[in-house]
Design a protein around this ligand. Sequence first.
Ligand code: FMN
Length: 388
Amino acid sequence: MTLADIATRAFSIEDLRRLTKNRLPRALFEFFDGGAEDEVTLRDNIEAFRRVRLAPKTLVDVSSVDVATELVGGPSAMPMAIAPTGAAGFGRHGADIAIARAAVALGIPYTLSTSATTSIEDVARAAPGRLWFQAYILADKEKLASLIDRARAADYEGLMITVDLPVGGKRERDFRNHLSFPIHYTPRNVLDFARSPGWALSMLLKGTPQMVNIRELNRGTLDGKKMLSTAGRNYDPSFNWTDLQRLRDNWPRKLIVKGITRADDAARLVNMGVDALVVSNHGGRQLDGGPATIDALPAVARSVSGRIPVLVDGGVRRGVDIVKACALGAQGVLTGRATLFGALAAGEPGAARALEILKDELTRSMQLCGARTIREIDQGLLFSRAGA
Ligand SMILES: Cc1cc2nc3c(=O)[nH]c(=O)nc-3n(C[C@H](O)[C@H](O)[C@H](O)COP(=O)(O)O)c2cc1C
């Protein structure tokens, strides 16, 4: 069966998640799917989207619907871009490029993670399109500056700074599963890996991927006793508003700040001159106990009041979630796991299938809501129990 055949067996993002679960060792699946501590925020991201109800307008001619829009100052085939997801290649070789190519083929922006398993330059060559580079605030400032320089040289349109990770979140599944990157083999995880022969064989034949952009930082092992992940030690917890201003002053292209849930932080970012912000809690992988992002969005959007684009991520699993996000004040969404599951289940055809599913559901939801363009999606589409 080809990857394209596998992809067409999925009719929802949940189908792609199930296909991924069946293909991967438990440790890897739980790394991609799981979150921090009790996973309260992770679950709430999805449940909060489900709690929002729409009030569909009827008797509108919806024979033609246009989902194309402007996103962070450029054209996009739909109000969506790809969120950065590190370590994707550990789930399937070439997953970064698979997602990037599917995104560029559709015509939406793609964000490459600092912790990607493909280099900044290789993605730019394989997927020429609207590319953003996500930078973690590394403790090694020279390394961080060189990554940003490389993104500039490779023509990335935007720099996305993730600010919700001064230290690594506590992801207990990874401790229990003995999972760290690079992968260190222990009796427990080898047994788990052996139960997924397809994945194990590809790792044996093609070699274990590496976080190539930060290869030299990534030495060491996960220290379960101290509950520290290797990656967690690479970040700079002292990074603050002054440091961000310096970054702003030195990066002339689009600067996007990701990881905001507070209205006052958002207002301050607008005054600082950032070009866009992402309401995000890192897909529930950092602070467990923060708000669902769709719940945090309205206050942030009110505070920004249209001065810069506000994006939101966390829990987008259906096209209708994009309608809800836009109705609540976002210019668009980012998808992390939805497109990641596509690529992990079935490579580039799988990533393309994830996008096709979300675009189809978005189009259909807009038709069912009487919205013909993205501009027509506004607060008026939100159902209010008070009947307002
Ligand atoms: C496996 C995985 C790896 C991630 N890696 C990064 C990363 O390297 N940088 C970053 O800013 N966010 C990272 N995130 C967070 C995503 O960018 C995004 O905020 C989150 O996945 C959105 O939630 P969703 O998965 O429900 O769509 C990662 C998320 C996952 C699931």
